[in-house]
Write a protein that binds this ligand. Structure first.
Ligand code: LLP
Length: 413
């Protein structure tokens, strides 16, 4: 599942001891395993080999250029949601024909940039957005491909903040309206609705909701065929869950076995947008214990990483396994909390945790996706350093920010 393993009781990333990394680079430190990253990409690629989909890694999960470049080099495309992510995609050398662009709120400037660069297509989320793309494309004298994002109204059984395919969510277009829009858009001079897109949520661990959504979309495609609507692409989004705790998510192969017959029946070129599945278990956040504080009610392990470094526990109540760097350390009940001035600044609550003391380290596991990419400078904390390990080789892929970085764009009038 990943390349963070104990060897003779010491935690390693591939061939490198984590302790060596923290001694060299300090903490908080994000450590990524190149081989885990690529292995997950290839697992998906292999499972879906019969239909050769374009896998567009979802940049938002972890947008570090080195991560993007590693995947692009293996043939991955990229799923982006902003001008900033487009900038990163190009910096990472992604061919524009392998970029798909989602988001409910693309600005005119962002749309124009993406059209000029000739991305594969936009995933369009509303009629006003479609009109806007037609208008801009006409001005630029370019014909643009789009996929309509359909909201299939299915329940993915995940956290409500990362559920996106219910009609109460802001994403996509309901099937009834989508049909009307597609027929109406036939009259557009510069926009070609050449595909459909679904993305029903994230960290989905069972296949039912995916299957339900894909079934709905295949029925819809058949209906459109009757109206002589010709499509080229079906984008099935991302959302595949990973193991954080005791989940037993579908493997790539199991997922493929279930959905391949449905996808094949469409005859369309399939696009996928996985983020977490590829990078989630390829990264950890290593943090140093600053103090251990006992109160009448609890034991707090106070560490030097905070919710600004990894917000998932605070925001979603997400579980991340927490390990000591030495396997032999015993366990006792405690909270792991950061230094930030918020009670929501925690990584674990009332959990059996390694009995670590001041100056020792903890590894917060499965932090590769939506870890660094959601980090901030709250409390004027410099964002963490990131390193990528490949076998015995260690590369810094983002330097720790400096105090100067914190105020770089500020002006005292
Ligand atoms: N495609 C679209 C249109 C998306 O909105 C997303 C994620 C993905 C693909 C990739 O989904 P994945 O395969 O990674 O599940 N911050 C949250 C997750 C937010 C997901 C947002 N959209 C978390 O930490 O759990």
């Amino acid at each position: 599942m990943h390349d963070f393993k104990f060897k003779k009781n010491a935690l390693f990333c591939e061939d490198v001891r984590i302790e060596k990394l923290v001694e060299r680079f300090g903490t908080p430190l994000y450590v990524y395993s190149y081989h885990t990253l690529i292995d997950h990409f290839l697992k998906l690629k292999k499972a879906f080999e019969p239909i050769k989909p374009l896998i567009c890694y979802s940049v938002k999960a972890n947008s570090n250029l080195a991560i993007l470049k590693s995947l692009v080099n293996k043939g991955s495309g990229l799923d982006i949601v902003s001008g900033g992510e487009l900038f990163r995609a190009l910096k990472a050398g992604c061919p524009s024909g392998r970029i798909v662009y989602a988001s409910v709120g693309k600005t005119a400037k962002e749309i124009e940039e993406a059209i000029r660069l000739g991305i594969l297509f936009f995933n369009v989320e509303s009629l006003p957005e479609l009109n806007s793309i037609q208008h801009i494309a006409k001005r630029l004298k370019k014909r643009v491909n789009v996929a309509l994002r359909i909201n299939p109204d299915v329940e993915p059984k995940t956290h409500k903040y990362i559920t996106t395919g219910k009609l109460t969510n802001k994403f996509g277009i309901d099937l009834f309206s989508a049909k009307k829009i597609i027929l109406y858009a036939r009259g557009f001079s510069h926009v070609n609705v050449s595909g459909l897109h679904i993305h029903i949520g994230s960290q989905i661990t069972t296949s039912e909701a995916f299957v339900a959504a894909i079934k709905k979309i295949t029925v819809f495609i058949a209906q459109l065929k009757k109206e002589s609507v010709k499509l080229d692409y079906l984008n099935i989004g991302g959302g595949l869950g990973i193991v954080y705790d005791k989940e037993t998510p579908q493997t790539a192969q199991r997922f493929a076995d279930i959905v391949l017959p449905l996808l094949k029946s469409t005859g369309l070129k399939i696009i996928m947008e996985p983020g977490r599945f590829i990078v989630g278990n390829a990264g950890i956040l290593v943090t140093k214990v600053l103090y251990v504080k006992n109160t009448p009610k609890k034991k707090f392990i106070i560490v030097d990483a905070g919710m600004n470094d990894l917000i998932r526990p605070s925001l979603y109540g997400a579980y991340h396994n927490i390990l000591a760097l030495d396997k032999r350390v015993g366990l006792e009940k405690a909270d792991v909390v950061g230094p930030i001035c918020e009670s929501g600044d925690f990584f674990a609550k009332d959990r059996m945790l390694p009995q670590v003391g001041e100056g020792e380290y903890l590894a917060i596991m499965s932090a590769g996706a939506y870890g660094f990419s959601m980090s901030s400078n709250y409390n004027s904390r410099r964002r963490a350093e990131e390193v990528l390990v490949s076998k015995g080789r260690v590369s810094v892929i983002r330097r720790r920010e400096s105090y100067q970085d914190l105020v770089r764009n500020e002006v005292i009038p």
